[in-house]
Design a protein around this ligand. Structure first.
Ligand SMILES: NC(=O)c1ccc[n+]([C@@H]2O[C@H](COP(=O)([O-])OP(=O)(O)OC[C@H]3O[C@@H](n4cnc5c(N)ncnc54)[C@H](O)[C@@H]3O)[C@@H](O)[C@H]2O)c1
Length: 342
């Protein structure tokens, strides 16, 4: 049995608890939240569940092997660092921390203690993202030329962070997983349309060491909800639309072939529009796959797919993106791109 404690029972914590309760070999030793109303909600739904208002009490329990942190971003570093220092494995929600320096420190602590550090980049565990990842990694799409993505809807304005920290985390974690590398530079334009000091629309432009370019449009203001990504490769192209109920991924055998000029300046382009295929997708719930993966890593010592370094790469990119946004679109180099991809 792996004993876990769920810390933070606000909007997202209940989803984590529901899934951890289902993972074989897991016992939820504690649900911890400092708001008594949150603990009352747990008691009503799960009368036998042990709850605590004190994080110190949870960390002091020698039976707890791992903590699952779903508290606000500003608290992630302190809670995760304390858990690692107390000898507990850590799963922490996205984004891993609110600064690159804190993310680096968590990665260092996890390395020093030999404990598992995993970040909740949930989309990396979703069947359409997995399938497209498989097709990118096995070369079915050829060399990736570029990726363009829209994540917009009439969303809830956050009070403490811009739309970049709220929404771009998802796209960055997906892109880094697909490409196996993180962006080396970023520039962002955007504005705060409703609350001037909190940008609610941003156009994020990324460049990768391999030459791939990507853009991610994010907004809390939009007449419709779009969750749409186009991946253009040298052999095939793909459309991933997360708002579709079926056929979330479509692969297009489309492309343009370039023929070397026979005489000076006369190159030829031939356009190809072939079959469109919607691959079969698994039906697993992403959060269940994520929770199962964390427990597998804790018990086997395997490195999580979304490990601390993946969390660090995303945080460093968000920090650089936010700097560019405040700097009216100036190009920013992204730190922490060294080392292997995610
Ligand atoms: N993976 C995803 O798709 C996804 C989706 C939504 C939210 N999230 C992430 O989940 C995290 C939580 O978001 P939320 O919307 O649930 O926030 P929330 O504010 O609704 O809930 C946070 C809870 O943490 C509790 N808390 C704060 N500090 C605490 C402490 N020191 N000890 C114990 N409890 C404490 C609060 O009382 C609150 O109940 C964030 O990091 C967010 O980015 C992830």
């Amino acid at each position: 049995m792996t004993n876990v404690a769920i810390v933070g029972y606000g909007y997202w914590g209940p989803n984590l608890l529901r899934n951890y309760l289902e993972v074989p070999g897991v016992s939820v030793a504690w649900v911890c939240d400092r708001r008594p109303e949150a603990l009352e909600k747990v008691r009503r739904r799960y009368p036998a569940q042990a709850v605590s208002g004190s994080y110190d009490e949870v960390l002091a329990d020698p039976a707890v092997d791992a903590v699952v942190i779903a508290t606000p971003i500003s608290t992630h570093f302190d809670l995760a660092a304390a858990a690692l220092r107390a000898g507990k494995h850590v799963f922490v929600e996205k984004p891993m921390t609110s600064s690159t320096a804190d993310a680096e420190e968590l990665v260092r602590l996890a390395g020093e203690t030999g404990l598992t550090l995993m970040v909740g980049h949930t989309f990396v565990f979703s069947p359409p993202v997995r399938k497209l990842g498989e097709l990118i990694h096995d070369g079915s799409l050829g060399d990736i030329h570029f990726i363009t993505s829209s994540r917009v809807n009439l969303g809830l304005h956050q009070k403490d962070v811009s739309v970049v920290w709220d929404l771009a985390t998802h796209d960055l974690s997906i892109l880094y997983y697909w490409l196996g590398e993180s962006a080396s530079s970023v520039y962002v334009t955007g504005r705060g349309c409703i609350v001037p000091e909190i940008p609610d629309v941003a156009f994020v432009n990324l460049r990768f060491p391999s030459g791939v370019v990507a853009n991610v449009d994010i907004a809390w203001l939009s007449p419709v909800k779009l969750r749409r990504t186009v991946v253009v490769g040298s052999r095939r192209m793909a459309l991933y639309d997360d708002t579709e109920s079926v056929e979330k991924v479509k692969i297009f055998d489309h492309g343009v072939d370039y023929k070397e000029p026979e005489s000076f300046g006369e190159f030829h382009l031939s356009y190809r529009t072939g079959d469109i295929v919607a691959p079969r997708l698994d039906t697993v719930e992403p959060l269940f796959a994520e929770a199962s993966h964390f427990i597998e890593c804790v018990t086997t010592g395997r490195r999580p797919i979304t490990d601390g370094r993946a969390g660090l790469q995303v945080v460093a990119s968000l920090e650089a993106a936010e700097r560019s946004l405040r700097d009216h679109g100036g190009v920013q180099t992204i730190a922490a791109t060294h080392g292997p991809g995610v």
